[in-house]
Design a binder for this molecule. Sequence first.
Ligand SMILES: [Zn+2]
Length: 253
Amino acid sequence: MNNHHASKSKKFLDLIFPNKCLGCQKINQIICEPCLQNIPVFSRMDPYSNDQKLFSLRLAEARKGEGKSRHILNKNKYLNGLIVASDWTNPLLKNLIYNFKYNFVNEIGQILGNFLVRSLSPLSTSLKIKSALVIPIPLHPLRLRWRGFNQAEILANVIGKNFNWPIIDNLIIRKKNTHPQMTIDNIPNRYDNVSGIFSLKTISEYELSNLSKRTIFLVDDVCTTEATLQESAYCLRSKIQNCTIYGLVVARA
Ligand SMILES: [Zn+2]
């Protein structure tokens, strides 16, 4: 993380960002305890495999033979499941995510990271986790320089610290600086937008074998169609044998 840039942004934000609760504006905290309690946190695997709308769109595209993304033609999922901690339709949550991501309010990372921890904790026994690893979805180096931090990395650090799981933040490399998924209007185009954007760092066979048979949590702040998560999972599976991969996000937009 570029600390110099981050601290510069922080000083700048202290001037423009009011230190009032984003929910009630009453207390001099980013969010007060009662407002925090009003944000729901779920502990469940999102039933993405039952996402009929997404599935039928992919199938229709595959039949037409359009779309360069292999995901549209390949019905297999690269993720074993997706855990969505909270609800995007909650205005306060949306506000927190927005201020974390676009106003660079770093402290919100801890709050959102705790949502992920609270969501995952009750699931951690039923998931049969085997020597877990946490991997944040990487930003392209250019966007990282602009933002000063990778929001997914901050969230991954909160999870790693809480569960005492190693965080691997340099294994997946983002080769292309793509348009943000939310600016792209339809699902097949979102899959195309991220197709082939990741690669894996070159590591030894020994290191690769060390990563096999593990449970990997791919962490991001928000997902839309899962395209970015599926693409990263695809990239991991191309080299790492027999891993279980779960997506873990704060909200699905
Ligand atoms: Zn409040």
